[in-house]
Design a binder for this molecule. Structure first.
Ligand SMILES: Nc1nc2c(c(=O)[nH]1)N[C@H]1C(S)=C(S)[C@@H](COP(=O)(O)OP(=O)(O)OC[C@H]3O[C@@H](n4cnc5c(=O)[nH]c(N)nc54)[C@H](O)[C@@H]3O)O[C@H]1N2
Ligand SMILES: Nc1nc2c(c(=O)[nH]1)N[C@H]1C(S)=C(S)[C@@H](COP(=O)(O)OP(=O)(O)OC[C@H]3O[C@@H](n4cnc5c(=O)[nH]c(N)nc54)[C@H](O)[C@@H]3O)O[C@H]1N2
Ligand code: SF4
Ligand SMILES: [Mo]
Length: 752
C-alpha cells in the first residue's frame, strides 16, 4: 500500500479549548496513519500540542468501551444495546416508582463542552428527568464567571475575552496557558500569542502562587498567597481611583450604572492593608495599577486559580471591573465579547436588552445552596445522596464525567455513588466513577463523530466557525452520542425503549423552526416553516448536523435559508474544511448587552455586598498555614487521558511540589513521601522540592488516583498517582456561584 492511496481529512481537536485543526491521514483499511497540525487551519495555523495526535491512540485503546456494559454480581459484562436499554428503563423507572422524580440526578462532565451531540441534545435528556438535582463540572470550574457576567451584562454567557492578539499589556491571574492552552479564551497556540505581545513591545504579568511555565515566559511573576486575588484586584482598583488614573471611556460610561458605588466600595482596600494577606508588596500593587492605566491597551484575564476559590464570583467580577475602569472594556486590545456564529446568547433576542440573570430559583435540600444556571453545586452531590429524607437522590446519570476524581471531598462522593439504587453512565471508559454504574453506555470515539465547537467559539479570540465531519465510520449497530441522549430522554418520559431517536429529533427541529419563524428578532421571522424544514432536511440531514445548520443559518452571519446568499450555513462550512475566519473581535456595547436595564451593571448588589466578606478575610489571613493549590500539565487532560501510554511515559507527574524552605522545616526531601492532611482526608504523595512554588504553598495536580478495583484502564493503573480531591473540602465554596474551592485549601504536611 503506498501512501498516496491514503486519504487526508481535517478535523478540529476536541480535547481542550484551543480547537486546533488536525490533518489526519487514513489508509485504505480505514486506519489512522498520522495526525499532525493542519497548517491551513484558519485559527491554529498548524499548531498542535502532544495530546492532539493521540486521538489515534485514544481511538485504538483496547480499554475504550465499544459495547454497553451491565453490572452483574458486581462485575461489568458486555451486553447488546437492546439489553442495556431494557436495563436502563428498569432501573430508572423503578426508582421513579419507588421514590418519585425528585430522587433522580444527573452530572454532566467537561467533555460535554467539547462534543456536538451533548451540546445540542443533553437538554432533551435533562428536561425529561423532572428533577432539580442537576450537577455539572461547571461548579468545579467557571461558574463564578457566569455569575459575574450574568449580573453585569445580562446572561451567563456574557464572559469577556481578553483580546490577546491586540493587547499591549496582559494581566493574567490564576491561569497557566503554557500547560492548559487556555480556557474561556479559545486561542490555539496561546503561548505563541503571549510571546507576540512581548515581541511587539507589550508586557505580560502573571499572578500565581507558583512560578508556572507561563510565569516563567512572562515579563513579571507576581507571587501571591493563594486565595487572595480579590484583595489584590480590589487594591489595584483602589489605587486607580485614589491616583485619579481610572478612566472609563465615555461610550461605556454613558451605558453603565454603578461607577460611584464601585469607587466607594473599594475604598477599604488600600495596598498597605492587603499586602500582608496577599504577600504582594504594596509598591508592586501601586506600580501595576499605574502600568495598567498607562498602557495603550490592557487586557485582564483570570481563570481556574481565581475561580475555584472562596471568592470566585467576586474575583471574576473584579477582573471585568478592572477592564472597565482602565478604559479597556469592549475595546480592541482590551476585554471584548465574541460574536459567535451559532448559539450566542449575546446575539439572540432583542439587541441591547434582555431578561437578565438571576440565581437562587430553588435551593439544595440538605444545605440550602442556591441554584445557579439550573444546577446545584456538585460539592453537595454526595450529601444529597447520603442524607435520608424526601427527595434523597437514589439514582444518578453521569454523562462524560468523572466526579470521583474531579470534585471535592471525593471520598465521600465515592461512598455515595456506591450507595445509589441505580446509576447509568454515558462514557467511553470503565473508570473510578463509572465503576459504580449499573449500566455504561459508550458513545462512538471522537474520530467517529462530527464536530463543531458551539460552546468554545463563544469565547474565542477571533470569530471562527469550523465544522468537521466524522473521520471514520462508527459501528452501524451503535448509536450516535446524540441518539443515546435522546433515547435516555424518551425512557425518562416513560415512553419505553422502542422510541426512535429520529422521531424525537424531528420533533425537536420542528419546534425550533416554528419558534424561529414566530420570533420577530429572528432572521427567518414570518417565513414558511415547511419551506425551511424542507431546506434543512435536504440530503437526509439529521441530528447534530441538521440542528447546527439551523443554528448557523439563523445566527448573526447566517444565510437565513436563501435570504442572505453570502451568509453562513453548514454547506459553507463543508466547503471550507480549514474553517471560516469571521474576523477579529469587534466592540459590542450596547448592542451585545442583555440586562433588563440595557446598561452595564458595574455594581451588582450581591457582589458589592460580598466585599464585606472579602474585607473580613484580611484579618483572617494566617501566614503560617500551608495552603494546597493544583496545577495542570501539558500531557494530561483532567482525569481521563492517562490511559494513553505516549502521554504518561516518563516520570510520574503526580508529585507534591514543596518549597525548599518548607521542605527543610518539615523534614521532607526530594523523592520522599509526604502525608498531606486536610479537614476531610489525607493522601501520601512523592515530594518534589522546587522553588517554583511560593513558600507556604504545596501543589498537587488533580485527576489522578487510578488503579481502583473495578476499573478497566490498564495503562492508567500503572501510574495511578493520588487523588488530590480527597483533600478538597465540600463545605468550602464560593457562596454566590456554588463553585467549589479547589485551591487555597488549608493543609498540614508531615513525612509519611
Ligand atoms: N482539585 C482540582 N479539581 C478539579 C480541577 C482543578 O483544577 N483542581 N479542575 C476542575 C475542572 S476545570 C474540570 S472541567 C473538572 C472536570 O471534571 P469531569 O468532567 O468530571 O472529569 P474529566 O476528567 O474531564 O472526565 C471526563 C469523563 O468523560 C469521559 N469521556 C471522554 N470523552 C468522552 C466522550 O466523547 N463522550 C462521553 N460520553 N464521555 C467521554 C471520560 O472517560 C471521563 O470519564 O475537574 C475539576 N476538578
Ligand atoms: N494539558 C491540559 N490542558 C487542559 C486541562 C488539563 O487538565 N490539562 N484542563 C482543561 C480545563 S477543563 C480547564 S478549565 C483549563 C484550565 O486552564 P487554566 O486556568 O490555565 O488552568 P491551570 O493550568 O490549572 O492554571 C491555574 C493556575 O492557577 C494557579 N493558582 C492556584 N491557586 C491560585 C490562587 O489563589 N491565585 C492565583 N492567582 N493563582 C492560583 C495555579 O498555580 C495554576 O498555575 O485547562 C484546560 N486545558
Ligand atoms: S492544544 Fe488542545 S486542541 Fe490543540 S492539539 Fe492540544 S489538546 Fe488538541
Ligand atoms: Mo475545566
Amino acid at each position: 500500500m503506498t501512501s498516496d492511496q491514503n486519504r487526508t481529512v481535517f478535523r478540529t481537536c476536541p480535547l481542550c479549548e484551543a480547537t486546533c485543526g488536525l490533518e489526519i491521514s487514513v489508509n485504505p483499511q480505514e486506519q489512522i496513519v498520522r495526525i499532525r497540525g493542519d497548517k491551513d487551519d484558519v485559527f491554529s495555523h498548524g499548531f498542535i500540542c502532544p495530546k492532539g495526535s493521540t486521538l489515534k491512540q485514544l481511538h485504538e485503546d483496547p480499554d475504550r468501551l465499544r459495547k454497553p456494559m451491565v453490572k452483574r454480581n458486581g462485575v461489568h459484562v458486555e451486553v447488546s444495546w437492546e439489553e442495556a436499554w431494557k436495563e436502563v428503563e428498569r432501573g430508572l423507572m423503578g426508582v421513579i416508582d419507588r421514590h418519585g422524580r425528585g430522587a433522580l440526578s444527573a452530572y454532566l462532565g467537561n467533555p460535554n463542552a467539547h462534543n456536538l451531540g451533548p451540546q445540542i441534545f443533553s437538554g432533551v435528556m435533562l428536561r425529561s428527568m423532572g428533577t432539580r438535582n442537576i450537577f455539572s463540572a461547571s461548579s468545579v470550574d467557571q461558574m463564578p464567571m457566569h455569575v459575574a457576567g450574568g449580573f453585569m451584562f445580562g446572561s451567563a454567557q456574557h464572559i469577556p475575552v481578553p483580546d490577546i492578539d491586540h493587547t499591549d499589556y496582559l494581566l493574567m491571574l490564576g491561569a497557566n496557558p503554557y500547560m492548559s492552552n487556555g480556557s474561556l479564551c479559545t486561542a490555539p497556540d496561546y503561548p505563541g500569542r503571549i510571546q507576540a505581545i512581548r515581541a511587539r513591545g507589550g508586557k505580560v504579568v502573571v499572578v500565581d502562587p507558583r512560578r508556572s511555565k507561563t510565569a516563567e515566559n512572562s515579563d513579571e511573576w507576581v507571587s501571591i498567597r493563594p486565595g487572595t486575588d480579590g484583595l489584590f484586584m480590589a487594591a489595584l482598583a483602589n489605587v486607580m481611583f485614589a491616583e485619579g488614573i481610572a478612566k472609563v471611556e465615555q461610550r461605556i460610561a454613558s451605558q453603565m450604572n454603578g461607577l460611584d458605588e464601585f469607587r466607594t466600595a473599594v475604598l477599604p482596600f488600600t495596598p498597605e492593608r492587603v499586602t500582608a494577606a496577599t504577600g504582594v508588596p504594596a509598591e508592586d500593587i501601586v506600580r501595576i495599577a499605574r502600568e495598567m492605566c498607562a498602557a495603550p491597551t490592557c487586557a485582564v484575564y483570570g481563570r481556574i486559580g481565581v475561580n475555584t476559590v472562596e471568592f470566585g464570583s467576586t474575583n471574576a467580577w473584579l477582573v471585568n471591573a478592572l477592564s472597565i475602569i482602565t478604559g479597556n472594556f469592549d475595546k480592541r486590545g482590551g476585554d471584548m465579547f465574541t460574536t459567535p456564529a451559532a448559539g450566542g446568547a449575546s446575539t439572540r433576542g432583542t439587541a441591547g436588552k434582555g431578561k437578565g440573570f438571576q440565581t437562587g430559583r430553588g435551593h439544595s435540600r440538605v444545605s440550602n445552596k442556591p441554584e445557579v444556571l439550573g444546577e446545584y453545586p456538585v460539592a453537595v452531590f454526595g450529601e444529597e445522596i447520603l442524607t435520608p429524607g424526601e427527595n434523597q437522590i437514589r439514582a444518578a446519570i453521569t454523562v462524560a464525567g468523572n466526579p470521583v476524581l474531579s470534585t471535592p471531598h471525593s471520598e465521600q462522593l465515592d461512598r455515595a455513588l456506591a450507595d445509589l439504587e441505580f446509576m447509568v453512565s454515558i462514557d467511553i471508559y470503565l473508570n473510578e466513577t463509572t465503576r459504580h454504574a449499573d449500566v455504561i453506555l459508550p458513545p462512538p470515539s471522537a474520530l467517529e463523530k462530527d464536530h463543531y465547537d458551539i460552546g468554545l467559539y463563544v469565547y474565542a479570540v477571533r470569530n471562527i466557525a469550523n465544522y468537521s465531519e466524522p473521520v471514520l465510520q462508527k459501528d452501524p449497530d451503535s448509536p450516535e452520542e446524540w441518539e443515546i441522549l435522546v433515547k435516555m430522554g424518551a425512557i425518562l418520559q416513560g415512553l419505553g425503549t422502542d422510541v426512535d431517536p429520529a422521531a424525537m429529533d424531528d420533533q425537536n427541529i420542528f419546534a425550533a423552526v416554528t419558534s424561529a419563524v414566530a420570533t420577530s428578532s429572528s432572521n427567518i421571522s414570518g417565513r414558511n416553516a415547511d419551506e425551511i424544514l424542507a431546506l434543512l432536511n435536504k440530503d437526509g440531514r439529521r441530528g447534530t448536523a441538521r440542528m447546527l445548520d439551523f443554528m448557523l443559518q439563523t445566527g448573526p452571519y447566517g444565510a437565513a435559508f436563501g435570504a442572505n446568499p453570502s451568509g453562513l450555513s453548514l454547506d459553507v462550512l463543508l466547503a471550507n474544511p480549514h474553517g471560516v475566519d469571521l474576523g477579529a473581535l469587534e466592540p459590542r456595547i450596547p448592542e451585545g448587552l442583555r440586562t433588563p436595564t440595557g446598561m452595564i451593571e458595574l455594581s451588582p448588589p450581591l457582589l458589592i455586598a460580598d466585599l464585606v466578606r472579602l474585607e473580613a478575610s484580611i484579618d483572617k489571613a494566617d501566614n503560617s498555614q500551608m495552603l494546597l493549590v493544583g496545577r495542570r500539565e501539558l500531557k494530561s487532560n483532567n482525569s481521563w487521558m492517562h490511559n494513553i501510554k505516549v502521554l504518561t511515559k516518563g516520570s510520574l507527574s503526580c508529585t507534591a511540589h514543596v518549597h525548599p524552605d518548607d521542605a527543610a522545616r518539615l523534614g521532607l526531601s526530594e523523592g520522599s513521601t509526604v502525608r498531606i492532611t486536610s479537614r476531610v482526608g489525607f493522601v501520601d504523595a512523592p515530594v518534589e522540592v522546587t522553588d517554583a512554588v511560593r513558600q507556604g504553598v504545596v501543589s498537587l495536580p488533580h485527576g489522578w488516583g487510578h488503579g481502583v478495583a473495578g476499573t478497566q484502564m490498564g495503562v492508567a493503573a500503572e501510574k495511578a498517582g493520588v487523588n488530590s480531591n480527597i483533600l478538597t473540602d465540600d463545605q468550602v465554596m464560593d457562596p454566590l456561584s456554588g463553585n467549589a474551592a479547589l485551591n487555597a485549601i488549608p493543609v498540614t504536611l508531615q513525612p509519611a
